[in-house]
Design a protein around this ligand. Structure first.
Ligand code: OSB
Ligand code: MG
Length: 368
């Protein structure tokens, strides 16, 4: 596939309601989209970084820089045998996985259209629908959190993830469990604890959580292994896993029993599939995480979640939980059973709506 033109744009999109984690509150998203033109076709990718370097070091500015000055010049005006060949070309750049993933994923979108198959089919996905959970941020009060959980359960979502941090953890989970004793529940700490908190983290074992996500350092494996040895609750890693190499090391030392795979964090489909395949060969469940994506990133998450090893409900949920109006048609909807149907049409299976994208755009740059 011969790459003719690449466009970058940054969108401002206000969230329907704020989203708060242990590292801060988000009310407005800054979303960087990549549009690639090749062989008369158009592919889309999304940079899934946060606005600030709190989840990872990537931000819209670092992504723009790495894309404009390195990734785009390396990609343009060349023919690529496959999107994975591009991923290999990007390997000399250390990190910046979210910037890399946005281009690589756009090429997968183009290749799927070229072959006339769905993106899910192209990457080897077999699930026709994917089980969905929701991630609920820290709220202003526990009653507000309980109301949100009740509403999401009524919509059909199959599991509830709540964000925790010191001071918003054991008591909150106690109140959730006493109101909703049987639900599939998990907690995500986004690195808010250290091994000094071991006694407190052990209290989580009372709540039959499916898992506790990334309790310790964002770049740690070794302390998570120590924690997992002292905890009945399975540890799931998010922030610490950037490659199949990281996943292998984490599993080898017992740092986790479950892995959350995010396309951006791991650098695109090539790497995501390697992690998936490794986990599947070792019977380690995986699930697809979310980064408050627009419809474009969300559509990619749906395709990824169609791989057979994605057996646990992911953080891939309906457009309407995030946006008054999403930038794709149709918007992503979730059935009363808490599932999303994987589209069968060629490519992403959702159409980006140019007028809405234009309206939300605050800057753009084209390269040819
Ligand atoms: O840790 O999974 C996370 C959102 C932003 C940054 C990190 C995380 C999250 C979520 C939200 O949990 C998932 C979503 O609904 O997109
Ligand atoms: Mg997480």
């Amino acid at each position: 596939m011969k790459i003719e033109r690449i466009e970058l744009r940054e969108l401002r999109m206000p969230l329907v309601s704020f989203f708060e984690t242990s590292f801060g509150r988000t009310t407005d998203r800054r979303i960087v989209l990549v549009r690639v033109l090749a062989d008369g076709l158009t592919g889309w990718g999304e940079v899934t970084c946060g606005e600030e370097p709190f989840y990872s070091y990537e931000t819209p500015e670092t992504a723009w820089h790495i894309l404009r000055d390195f990734l785009i010049p390396w990609t343009l005006k060349r023919s690529w045998d496959s999107p994975s060949a591009l991923a290999a070309r990007f390997r000399p750049i250390r990190g910046h996985n979210m910037a890399k993933a946005a281009i690589e994923n756009a090429l997968w979108d183009i290749e799927a259209q070229e072959k006339g198959v769905s993106l899910a089919h192209l990457i080897g996905g077999s699930l026709e629908e994917i089980p969905c959970g929701v991630s609920i941020g820290i709220q202003n009060s526990v009653p507000e959190l309980l109301d949100k959980i009740e509403k999401e359960l009524a919509s059909g979502y199959q599991r509830i993830k709540v964000k925790i941090k010191p001071g918003w953890d054991v008591e909150v989970l106690e109140r959730i469990r006493s109101r909703f004793p049987g639900i599939r529940l998990m907690a995500d700490a986004n690195s808010a604890y250290s091994l000094d908190d071991l006694p407190r983290l052990k209290l989580l074992d009372r709540f039959q959580l499916m898992m506790v996500e990334q309790p310790l350092g964002w770049d740690d494996l070794v302390d998570h292994a120590r924690l997992q040895r002292g905890l009945a609750t399975p540890v799931c890693l998010d922030e610490s896993i950037h490659s199949a190499g990281d996943a292998r090391k984490a599993l080898e030392i017992g740092a986790c029993k479950i892995i959350n795979i995010k396309l951006g964090r791991v650098g695109g489909y090539t790497s995501a599939r390697q992690i998936h395949d490794l986990c599947r060969s070792r019977n380690v469940p995986v699930w697809c995480g979310g980064m408050l994506e627009s419809g474009i990133g969300r559509a990619h998450n749906i395709a990824l979640s169609s791989l057979a090893g994605f057996t646990l409900p992911g953080d891939v949920s309906a457009s309407r939980r995030y946006w008054k109006q999403d930038i794709i048609e149709p918007e992503v909807t979730v059935s009363e059973q808490g599932a999303i149907r994987v589209p069968q049409s060629p490519g992403l299976g959702f159409t980006p709506v140019i007028e809405r994208i234009e309206r939300a755009t605050v800057r753009s740059e084209a390269f040819a």
